[in-house]
Design a protein around this ligand. Structure first.
Ligand SMILES: [Zn+2]
Length: 157
């Protein structure tokens, strides 16, 4: 079955997908190709699972820890007023989490980010802005961490 996220994972493994921020043990963290919400990122599990409940429990706990590290990284880098995390998968049924940093200044702060999705394409970014944002995130990742992939360091800072 063709899966666009499995295709992206393959590109990531070959270092050919330029939006990659970090490779975790069980997932990849990407900068979103649009930045309608500044700092929008997506975390994709390395294995093709349709539901979170399909992931073996031990691995699911690790995925959750990776999600928390990703969220903390985005919070630290962009200081949103609120983080929105969503996993839907109706279009691409391969577990992935959207991280939408939300700001009081958003035009529709109190509503779900999807209500603006018709504007997402207009917020696609070029290579320069992409590289700048990824660099900011990577720099913060180093200071967030001593984050081993076990999630240590999460409670620090
Ligand atoms: Zn897939």
């Amino acid at each position: 079955m063709a899966c666009p996220l499995c295709d992206r994972l393959k590109l990531s493994g070959d270092k050919k997908y330029p939006y990659l921020i970090h490779e975790f043990k069980n997932s990849y963290l990407y900068l979103g190709e649009h930045q309608f919400y500044r700092g929008y990122c997506v975390l994709v599990t390395k294995d093709h699972y349709k539901e979170m409940t399909d992931i073996p429990e031990e691995q699911r706990i690790e995925v959750f820890q990776e999600m928390m590290i990703a969220s903390k990284l985005i919070e630290k880098t962009f200081s949103p007023n609120k983080m929105n995390m969503c996993s839907l998968g109706n279009v691409v049924p391969h577990v992935h989490w959207h991280f939408f940093p939300r700001y009081i200044s958003d035009r529709d702060f109190k509503n779900p980010p999807w209500l603006q999705m018709h504007n997402f394409d207009s917020a696609k970014i070029g290579p320069e802005q992409r590289d700048e944002l990824i660099e900011m995130l990577k720099t913060n990742f180093k200071s967030l961490s001593r984050v081993s992939d076990s999630g240590e360091g999460l409670t620090s800072s």
